[in-house]
Design a protein around this ligand. Structure first.
Ligand code: UDP
Length: 337
């Protein structure tokens, strides 16, 4: 058994990864400031340290009071739109939190570090599917902040021998297939939960951001990767870090789905209409983002288990329909107890 520190472990991807680590029999400690995360998303028996990562004293104390075999660093500011209104805050916070966390890990002798990175690193890609050799050219301050974090970690690798993995997530989606966890952001900006909320009458009608893209149906194509598959990638990468000192992987399903396909699938799965209107393009949105997951598959043995959009949306729908208020729904509170 190993013990891992999970920053942002009460958030969406972090909490699903906590669950996967627990199922493998690992011990985990979650560090989360609960600004975006939810106490109810942390399973019983898992220690939750409520702290801000910028509080370096508290971070050091966590390392002083536990011996960790690795850090999985999910906690970050992660809204592209917000990052274009507050670019300095995004870059300063995401970079410095990563650097000081890495420094604390190295000082404590914890030498495996997995960073949640992003497909936003690739900006407007020159070819599809996007592999790890694609040009890095972010077009948002969020993407830039993750590039800066990756660059910072390179120096922790070179100078201190920290073993680091950067996982460039494509569009995380879906929910735990057993219904224990789901997606609950505030504000919610992601397509699938917004479409589901619109179908349930819990949110406003959906706006389709652009119908004149150079794609078969005119709407943007994205690579939706099931959050449980994403969690599994972290577990495999932790093992790979024992063999290799430094790895970077694009983590996507490898299939692209359009905004219209998402709407149609939500309607089919839910048996309800998704009220929507067609609107203008959202600035900074590339027409198509689809990952090549070949390197991840070959080097880690990873294989997505929930590849179809229908499967992904079915799990997301099941959780939201059972938890209309997300983690503050009565069902989520009693499940956590
Ligand atoms: N999208 C949309 N309406 C919305 C939210 C998103 O049409 O209210 C589109 C967006 O333009 C993109 C896709 O859905 O093409 C996925 O967007 P999301 O914000 O979920 O993830 P992103 O690709 O920005 O990481």
């Amino acid at each position: 058994m190993s013990r891992f520190l999970i920053t942002g472990g009460a958030g969406y991807v972090g909490s699903h990864t906590v669950l996967a680590l627990r199922e493998r029999g690992e011990e985990v400690v979650v560090l989360d400031d609960l600004r975006q995360g939810h106490r109810e998303a942390v399973p019983p028996g898992v220690e939750l340290v409520v702290a801000d990562l910028s509080d370096r004293k508290q971070v050091k104390e966590v390392f002083a009071s536990h011996k960790f075999d690795g850090v999985l660093h999910f906690a970050a500011l992660s809204l592209v739109g917000e990052s274009m209104r507050e670019p300095m805050r995004y870059m300063a916070e995401n970079l410095s939190n990563t650097l000081w966390l890495a420094e604390a890990a190295v000082k404590a002798g914890c030498m495996r570090f997995v960073l949640s990175s992003t497909a936003a690193l690739f900006g407007f890609p020159k070819y599809i599917p996007i592999d790890e050799n694609a040009e890095i050219a972010p077009v948002s301050a969020y993407g830039e902040s993750k590039l800066m974090a990756e660059t910072g970690l390179k120096w922790a690798e070179r100078v201190h021998g920290l073993r680091t993995a950067s996982l460039r997530y494509f569009n995380a989606a879906g929910a735990d297939p057993q219904g224990r966890l789901g997606e609950d952001h505030n504000p919610e900006t992601h397509l699938i939960p917004l479409a589901i909320n619109a179908a349930l009458g819990l949110g406003p009608e959906l706006t389709v951001f652009g119908t004149d893209y150079d794609t078969p149906d005119g709407t943007c194509i994205r690579d939706y990767v099931h959050v449980t598959d994403l969690a599994d990638a972290h577990l495999r990468v932790l093992d790979v870090l024992n063999e290799r000192p430094s790895v970077r992987y694009n983590v996507g399903n490898g299939n692209g789905y359009s905004v219209r396909e998402v709407i149609e699938t939500v309607q089919r799965v839910s048996g309800r209409k998704v009220p929507y209107r067609e609107g203008a393009r959202r600035p900074g949105d590339p027409a198509v983002l689809v990952a090549s997951n070949q390197r991840l598959r070959e080097e880690t043995g990873w294989q997505p288990r929930h590849e179809s959009l229908e499967d992904i949306i079915r799990t997301a729908w099941a959780w939201r329909a059972a938890h209309p208020q997300g983690f503050s729904s009565p069902a989520a509170k009693s499940e956590a107890a």
